[in-house]
Design a protein around this ligand. Sequence first.
Ligand SMILES: Cc1cc2nc3c(=O)[nH]c(=O)nc-3n(C[C@H](O)[C@H](O)[C@H](O)COP(=O)(O)O)c2cc1C
Length: 181
Amino acid sequence: MDALQCIATRHSCRKFADKEVSDETIKELISYTKNAPTWKNVQEVRYYAVKNDEIKKRIAEEAVLGFVYNTKTISRAPVLMVETVVKGISGYEKDGTPTTPQDSHWQSFDAGISAGTLELAAFAMGLGSVIMGIYDDSIVKGILDIPENETVSGLIAVGWPAAEGEGPEKKDVDEILSFRE
Ligand SMILES: Cc1cc2nc3c(=O)[nH]c(=O)nc-3n(C[C@H](O)[C@H](O)[C@H](O)COP(=O)(O)O)c2cc1C
């Protein structure tokens, strides 16, 4: 699969085959993901790979704000990638003052690029994935003992897809692109 075909056909996956994702496969996935750009190359994005069923069950049942779709997706996924950023680095000067009026926007921006890169790399590797934004940051941090100076940017379920699928319809280029001349 070439890069443009991957970008054009990637879609989220919420149902996974009952097949393990090895630690080596997870490491390979992050070896591509880590190439994503970050503000001034600060590389503040981190990943926690959760394969343990009991821990996944706790996140699925206690941390998704009652959103049952995410409970099901996390329960079905062989791996839950918990993405965090080390706070106060991306978009900030060394003394901690924000470089731009957007304040903490840039650490979220970096996390978004990284998650998107992970999803594309996963798709190219034959893996399925879905980003989940409906969760409680402090509950996830508590369950996984994530350091205080990190914030959870997203949960990403990863596994071998149960079936071939397609994504939803997307807007036409003309609906999202304007030229200013
Ligand atoms: C920031 C963000 C948060 C999302 N949160 C959830 C979520 O909590 N649960 C879920 O099932 N999908 C979630 N999604 C996946 C979107 O629903 C999905 O990307 C969208 O429907 C487009 O489908 P596609 O990824 O197949 O193109 C999220 C996606 C993004 C980028």
